[in-house]
Design a protein around this ligand. Structure first.
Ligand code: ATP
Length: 329
């Protein structure tokens, strides 16, 4: 490892919370202890940085959190950090606390803020992708995505039981305002008949046609997974009314899964991913790296410049769209 002057690393979680963030915090804290560096937890994301809400963390402070959802450091969305004055105050607090580098666990907004801060004050910053949306370039998986998918398929499996018993059609709304990774993967995993995502507009006539076909094929229930940002121009309740008006043979119900998708104990995959990313982030700082995100590519730890990680959304997997078409026959 290259010689460096890093003595103290700070870690924060920012933006939407995601299961597995705690496992990443634990990994950062314990890797710091392993390499004999101090570690500081910053509470409530960038807002806590502005307010100096810091606490030194040792390896025993992060016991038992590997299995806990949410984030022990709390998270926040800070408008003040978007201002120069806010970032200056944050830098002042960081310098006074003798912090040498910062690890930011969050999504693209958090990385945008981290990059801005790093450039403005020539301050070493490393990103760890923590968001259930899986919308970051430079990693096949973000922390929390796998757990959210498992939570969703568990809920959809239960809804399927009641849908089948009553021969009903269910529209189930899942998270994903701009991207359909959650809807597409959970839809395939739960055996949904249709999946509506922001990246693809199948149009209402085609939806009706597909649902009609599904009924004729002898299916005793029908599940349509709808991403929040799907392009039909109608929300799940409006879709339900539209289908009931046009296909009276269907008894339609709606379920909005909402915030339960964010919570719960992280899956083993997310715990392992978060542990790997956390350790690698600390090691990268010790190698004097900055302005990068640590991600997972082909099951290996990979570095991507923050500029690239936040550029647009990670593209939807066209193969998965094809698979869902084939399997919904
Ligand atoms: P998620 O994908 O789960 O929503 P996120 O990290 O994208 O997570 P955001 O709310 O977009 O969440 O961003 C988190 C925080 O990052 C913001 O509240 C703000 O403090 C900071 N941030 C975002 N954009 C900027 C920016 N352009 N300049 C400075 N700070 C920013």
């Amino acid at each position: 490892m290259t010689k460096n002057t890093i003595r103290k690393i700070a870690v924060l979680t920012s933006g939407g919370d995601a299961p597995g963030m705690n496992a990443a915090i634990r990994a950062v804290v314990r890797a710091c202890a392993y390499y004999h560096i101090s570690c500081v937890g910053i509470f409530r994301g960038f807002q806590g940085m502005i307010e100096g809400d810091f606490k030194e963390l040792g390896p025993r402070d992060v016991k038992y959190i590997v299995s806990k959802g949410g984030t022990i450091l709390k998270t926040a969305r800070s408008e003040e950090f978007k201002t120069e004055a806010g970032r200056k105050q944050a830098y002042k607090n960081i310098t006074e606390a003798e912090i040498d580098a910062l690890i930011v666990i969050g999504g693209d907004g958090s990385f945008t803020g981290a990059l801005q801060f790093s450039k403005e004050f020539s301050f070493p910053v490393i990103g760890i992708p923590g968001t259930i949306d899986n919308d970051i370039n430079g990693t096949s998986h973000t922390i929390g995505f796998d757990t959210a998918l498992n939570t969703i398929i568990d809920a959809v499996d239960k809804i399927r039981d009641t849908a089948t018993s009553h021969k009903r059609l269910f529209f189930i709304e899942v998270m994903g305002r701009d991207v359909g990774h959650i809807a597409l993967n959970a839809g395939i995993g739960a055996g949904a008949e249709e999946i509506l995502i922001p990246e693809e507009n199948i149009g209402l006539p085609k939806l009706l046609e597909k649902l009609k076909k599904s009924k004729l094929s002898g299916k005793s229930s029908c599940i349509v997974i709808v991403a929040e940002g799907d392009k039909t121009g109608r929300n799940v309740f409006e879709l339900s009314e539209y289908v009931e008006e046009n296909l009276p043979e269907y008894d339609v119900r709606v379920s909005v899964l909402g915030h339960l998708q964010r919570g719960g104990s992280p899956s083993c995959f997310d715990r392992v991913l978060a542990s790997r990313l956390g350790v690698k982030a600390v090691e990268s700082i010790l190698e004097n790296k900055s302005g990068i995100m640590i991600g997972l590519i082909n099951d290996q730890m990979a570095e991507t410049k923050l500029e690239k990680a936040i550029k647009g959304e990670a593209p939807i997997d066209e193969e998965l769209i094809r698979i869902s078409e084939i399997l919904s026959i």
